[in-house]
Ligand binder design. Structure first.
Ligand code: FSX
Ligand code: SF4
Ligand code: F3S
Length: 373
């Protein structure tokens, strides 16, 4: 698998990354799994990370809350934070940099010159375009001017977070500063977008690791989103899905249905019209349920333009799909699995999509009492 002996590999990993060989390989396997790569990809990732030169990353900040960087760096798992800073060479990052003013600008220019055509440009935050872009300036340049300058010689451009992807929160109507995402501001179609407010750190990291390992960015959809992360509806992968199909809904925060972990659709959950892998990879390495719906809050559709920050939280989501033919198990009291009864309801309509659609339509019309009876 590696040219070096296992012992040397172990020492190298421990010295360079400060983590055990076992943790390092677990990390590589997690990256491969996040991207849905075939068997053996974890070894390719491990080899790339240990052998290849760390890619230079220039990380720009515009209109945003820095939640994207925070989520990446404040991960509960210390090895993740450590590895993030050790597999890339973070040559410019406005909020993490110790340098300030002219020193910081000089470091950016030096990194750009040294790695011309090879660095990765990561953009966090929306770019204001109104009134000549004056609403966000860094080092005397507007966000637009700075991004255009750095993008001109980047090997890849990654828009991190909903703000950089399509405008996010700053672009919420009436959008007073004319905020938009990187691709639209620069008029480029080759920008990879990782929306989410904040995006899942594993999706950011997996995208960069993909570039490092295979020399190319991952496959994306028509919005520039990696398909490994944004290829499926949240609703089709949600642990409360069998409750939805069985017509069991929370109707108010804190009501018996909510406490039992019932479906949050009637509280405005946008999972049925939002594409993201939140229910599969969760957040912050703290285990089961660590994602919005898992904690009892409806998904607000933060990855989707015109849904997150625009569609009212109480508005019902548009249903895009009929149910699949099998579901995750439910532990009813915790909202983390399917009861036998729910599975039986589902089994009764499985394989007959039109029947399933009718069943759901019927269930949505149910008027439950607040105590969930
Ligand atoms: Fe904040 Fe990033 Fe939201 Fe935006 O995240 S978490 S406002 S997507 O650009 O800092
Ligand atoms: Fe899960 Fe929301 Fe779909 Fe209900 S509506 S199953 S809570 S994603
Ligand atoms: Fe955002 Fe919904 Fe995931 S609110 S974090 S897309 S569950």
């Amino acid at each position: 698998m590696y040219d070096d002996s296992a012992a040397k590999f172990e020492t190298d990993v421990e010295t360079r990354f400060g983590v055990s060989r076992r943790d390092f390989l677990k990390f590589c396997a997690a990256m491969a799994a996040t991207m849905g790569l075939p068997k053996g990809a974890d070894a390719q990732i491990a080899a790339a990370i240990t052998k290849k030169e760390r890619p230079s990353v220039i990380w720009l900040h515009h209109q945003e809350c820095t939640g994207c960087s925070e989520s990446l760096l404040r991960s509960e798992h210390p090895t993740l934070e450590k590895l993030i800073l050790d597999i890339i060479s973070l040559d410019y990052h406005e909020t993490l940099f110790a340098a300030a003013g002219h020193q910081a600008e000089a470091a950016r220019k030096a990194a750009m010159e040294k790695n011309k055509g090879k660095y990765i440009l990561v953009v966090e935050g929306a770019i204001p375009m109104k009134d000549g872009g004056i609403y966000c300036k860094i080092g005397g340049q507007t966000s637009y001017e700075l991004t255009k300058e750095v993008a001109a010689h980047a090997a890849a451009i990654v828009a991190v977070g909903s703000c950089a992807s399509w405008g996010g929160m700053p672009s919420t109507p009436p959008n007073p500063t004319g905020s938009t995402g990187v691709a639209e501001a620069l008029g480029r179609k080759d920008v990879v977008t990782i929306p989410g407010c904040p995006p899942n750190p594993y999706n950011i990291l997996a995208t960069i690791v993909h570039f490092l390992t295979f020399g190319a960015l991952p496959k994306v959809d028509e919005l520039g989103r990696p398909t490994f992360a944004y290829g499926r509806l949240i609703h089709d992968n949600c642990e409360r899905r069998s409750h939805f199909d069985a017509g069991r809904f929370a109707l108010e925060f804190g009501d018996p249905g909510h406490r039992k972990g019932y479906c949050l659709y009637k509280l405005g959950c946008k999972g049925p019209e939002t594409y993201a892998n939140c229910p599969s990879i969760l957040f912050n390495d703290v285990g089961t349920g660590s994602w919005p719906v898992g904690t009892g809050h409806p998904c607000i559709g933060c990855t989707e333009k015109h849904i997150g920050f625009e569609k009212p939280i109480h508005a019902l989501a548009t249903l895009k799909t009929n149910p699949p033919t099998s579901y995750p198990r439910i532990v009813e009291e915790q909202g983390a699995g399917a009861s036998v009864a729910a599975a039986a309801v589902v089994a009764g309509v499985a394989g007959l999509a039109i029947g399933a659609g009718m069943k759901i339509a019927g269930n949505l019309g149910k008027s439950e009492t607040k105590d969930g009876e």
